[in-house]
Unconditional design. Structure first.
Length: 476
């Protein structure tokens, strides 16, 4: 008897009794489970290849009708297997499901043959692995179908936007500088069919004196990912365009998306004046920054980029001005709060920290911008790091006073010295905050992190409040 054999009575037939020894071993080795079923359909012997039954509860089947070991929907298939084996001697493979105590039903494919004494030998193969692979294949195919249609929809939208855009759009291979795709507007701009533009070198149709500007534009796009508008002159009578470029990766290729838009202005005089103003703003030694209402940078000139130690404007756009100006999370919120209340901040002392660690003292002014195109704030910052700084009124005698207190060591108790020093330093910081905010008590309280009532108490205690000022606070 094989190690996996299961039967209850030595008088009942086993697999070895019904088939030659070599055939019994072959059946046991090539199938997960083998059954000997008598003429009444009762299982008389169970064998399996391993030490443990591959089907849960299979070692308890002996003595039970075969149909009772399968699920209700599979009982008809068992009847067909028994009838077909009794009639023809062999059967075709049929899949049945055995119930499991936990989890899903167990699928098994059975073939059956009739033995000489009328019993039936049924050989089964566990289909769980195949079923799992089939389900995984189905899931993978469905995922591929979903991805395919999603890509088709994306490509359709891309093509629709690409062709309906009024600006000329060209996709250029960054390595070969060959055009790989072009929109209908690009074909109309250069008076060349779109399919004929593909494969041509870029820059195309640009005046010779502006080819260098195109090279600089594309080099900036490769470095920072995006390059802002550059005015270019086209050959012939095609006029001027504004060019911008973005860099992206696709299919292991580095591509450049170049947009060319018509440069149209109300009048040449207005264009000239506006261009001069923009050049002045960009070249002025004062740092100029425009932010939204929350302090996120919308645009910045070259002087600010130098102070912040940034390589390009793109590195600053969308980031909070507080990343560089003032104390992190403190000064910017005070400036914005003051601008909301009064519309302007005038010459406030602050500092700016560069990305590479350089810190510079600055004077900062801010003004609220008109809200026609969205609320914003304009900041003007002047580097005063090289100036001879004047000591604020609240700090003039701080060093001298501390030195005088030091001379009292040994004559006055330590708690008294600490209390006097604390009062002196507290008075100094309150005076500095009042000077920073132009004697605005509410803003000074925000800078110091105090309530307005607490600040009034401290002002009175240090003799900094006017004689006629009423303090309504109860405690400091």
């Amino acid at each position: 008897m094989e190690p996996g054999d299961r039967h209850t009575d030595a008088s009942r037939p086993t697999l070895s009794d019904l088939a030659p020894d070599w055939a019994a071993k072959l059946i046991t080795a090539t199938s997960e489970v083998a059954l000997v079923v008598d003429r009444d359909g009762v299982i008389r012997h169970v064998s399996f290849s391993g030490a443990e039954p591959p089907i849960e509860g299979a070692d308890e089947w002996v003595g039970k009708p075969w149909v009772e070991t399968v699920t209700a929907d599979s009982r008809g298939k068992i009847d067909l297997l028994l009838k077909e084996a009794a009639t023809t001697g062999t059967t075709r493979r049929r899949q049945v499901n055995h119930p499991a105590r936990t989890g899903a039903d167990i699928p098994v494919a059975y073939n059956a043959v009739r033995a000489e004494n009328g019993a039936v030998i049924a050989v089964g193969r566990d289909l769980r692995t195949i079923s799992m692979l089939q389900q995984r294949l189905v899931d993978t195919q469905q995922a591929m179908e979903r991805d395919y249609w999603r890509l088709r929809h994306v490509e359709t939208r891309y093509r629709l936007l690409f062709q309906l855009s009024t600006d000329a759009i060209i996709v250029v291979d960054a390595d070969t500088m060959r055009i790989v795709d072009a929109s209908g507007a690009a074909a109309r701009l250069f008076d060349v069919p779109a399919d004929k533009l593909v494969g041509k070198g870029f820059p195309l149709g640009v005046a010779a004196e502006h080819v260098r500007a195109v090279d600089d534009l594309l080099a900036t796009a490769r470095t920072t990912g995006h390059a802002t508008d550059v005015r270019l002159k086209l050959t012939g009578d095609r006029g001027d365009v504004l060019a911008s470029a973005s860099c992206f990766r696709q299919d292991n290729l580095t591509l450049l998306l170049v947009r060319l838009s018509r440069h149209a202005t109300p009048s040449a005089a207005n264009t000239s004046h506006r261009q001069r103003l923009l050049e002045l703003i960009d070249r002025t030694p004062e740092a100029l920054v425009v932010t939204d209402a929350e302090g996120d940078i919308l645009t910045a000139n070259r002087s600010f980029l130098d102070l912040a130690q940034l390589a390009s404007e793109e590195q600053a756009k969308g980031r909070s001005l507080g990343n560089w100006v003032g104390r992190p999370g403190a000064d910017l919120s005070v400036f914005l709060s003051t601008v909301r209340k009064h519309g302007v901040v005038r010459v406030a002392a602050s500092s700016i920290r560069g990305d590479l660690g350089l810190a510079t003292e600055i004077e900062l002014s801010a003004v609220s911008l008109p809200a026609e195109h969205g609320a914003g704030v304009g900041f003007v910052m002047r580097d005063v790091g090289r100036r001879v700084t004047t000591v604020p009124h609240g700090a003039r005698d701080l060093t001298k006073a501390v030195e005088e207190l030091t001379t009292l060591v040994g004559r006055v108790s330590l708690p008294t010295l600490v209390r006097d020093t604390t009062d002196l330093v507290e008075r100094h910081f309150i005076e500095a905050a009042l000077e920073l905010t132009g004697d605005n008590r509410t803003t000074a309280a925000e800078v110091l992190g105090l309530s307005r009532q607490t600040l009034y108490v401290k002002l009175r205690r240090h003799g900094l409040s006017s004689s006629g000022e009423v303090d309504t606070a109860d405690a400091g």
